[in-house]
Write a protein that binds this ligand. Structure first.
Ligand code: SAM
Length: 248
C-alpha cells in the first residue's frame, strides 16, 4: 500500500485495486474525516451520554480514531460504542506502522489492539472491527444506532455499498433519530437515502467540498435538499440497485 501525504499534511493511502485514495487528498484526510463525519455526527447528538456509531468501512481508521479524539477533547463523559466492518484484514493488521497524525498518538495502544485483536474495550469505549463484507454486516446487525459514517470507496468504484437495498439496512439501523454522514453528493446516493425514508441535507463549510447528512428527524442546522424538486428536474435519475449490479 502506498502512503500519500494529503493537503492538510496528514497521510492517507492509495488503493491500486480501486484506483482511489482512502481520503480526499485535496480536503486532507484528517480534515475530511472531521468536517464530513465527526463534527456533524457529534453536533447532532450533543445530548447523548452513550453514542453508538457504525463506521463503514474501517480502512485506515480515521473516523474511529477521530471520534475517540473528539469525544476525549469535547465530551469526555460520553461513552462510545463503535462497530466497523472492513473487508481487508491485511490492511487492518498493517495499521501499527501507519504514519498517523500526531493527535492519534495517545491511541497507539488502541490501534495495536484493533490490528492484533480486532477491537478494544475500556470503561468508556468499545470498538469492534470485524473483517467482513459491510453489506452482510449491515444485514445482520441489530439494534438502533445513532450514527453511520458512510465512507466506502466511491459509488463508481464500489457501487454495491451505495445501493438502495444496502441503504435500506442502514436506514433500519438508524431508527428515527440516527444520522448518516457521507462525502457523496451524487443524486443516486441521495435518492437511495431518500427512498428509504431519510431526509437529505447539505453539509457545506469552509475548507472542504460539500457533503451529505441524512436522517429521519429534522436537522434544522443543515440546509435541507429539496428532493422532490431534484426528482422533477431529473426524471430519469434512479438510485443504484442490487439487481443491476449482481449483488446478493
Ligand atoms: C475509502 S476507504 C475507508 C476509509 C476509512 N473510513 C478511513 O477513515 O480510513 C474504503 C474501505 O472499504 C473497504 N471495503 C471495500 N469493499 C468493502 C466491503 N464490501 N465491505 C467492507 N469493507 C470494504 C476497503 O478495503 C477500504 O478499506
Amino acid at each position: 500500500m502506498e502512503w500519500v501525504q494529503s493537503e492538510d499534511g496528514s497521510y492517507t493511502a492509495y488503493s491500486a485495486q480501486y484506483d482511489e485514495h482512502y481520503h480526499s487528498t485535496k480536503d486532507g484526510a484528517l480534515n475530511e474525516s472531521l468536517k464530513k463525519h465527526i463534527e456533524p455526527a457529534f453536533a447532532l447528538h450533543r445530548e447523548k451520554e452513550h453514542l453508538k456509531i457504525i463506521d463503514i468501512c474501517f480502512g485506515l481508521g480515521f473516523n474511529t480514531l477521530l471520534s475517540l479524539y473528539y469525544r476525549d477533547t469535547y465530551s469526555p463523559e460520553t461513552t462510545l460504542e463503535i462497530y466497523s466492518p472492513e473487508l481487508d484484514g491485511e490492511l487492518v493488521a498493517s495499521l501499527v506502522d501507519f504514519p498517523y497524525p500526531e493527535i492519534f498518538e495517545p491511541y497507539r495502544n488502541i490501534i495495536t489492539d484493533i490490528a492484533t485483536l480486532g477491537g478494544y474495550k475500556d470503561e468508556r469505549t468499545q470498538i469492534t472491527v470485524e473483517i467482513t463484507d459491510a453489506r452482510v454486516a449491515m444485514r445482520r446487525l441489530s439494534g438502533i444506532w445513532d450514527v453511520c459514517y458512510q465512507d466506502a470507496f466511491s459509488p463508481s468504484s464500489n457501487p454495491l455499498l451505495w445501493t438502495k437495498e444496502y441503504f435500506a439496512d442502514v436506514a433500519r439501523l438508524m431508527g428515527n433519530e440516527g444520522v448518516v454522514t457521507t462525502y457523496s453528493i451524487a443524486l443516486a446516493t441521495r435518492l437511495a437515502l431518500y427512498e428509504n425514508g431519510l431526509d437529505v441535507y447539505l453539509n457545506v463549510g469552509e475548507g472542504y467540498r460539500s457533503a451529505t447528512v441524512a436522517s429521519r428527524r429534522p436537522l434544522p442546522a443543515f440546509e435541507k435538499v429539496d428532493m422532490e424538486h431534484k426528482i422533477k428536474c431529473n426524471p430519469s435519475a434512479v438510485p443504484l440497485r442490487d439487481h443491476d449490479l449482481g449483488g446478493n
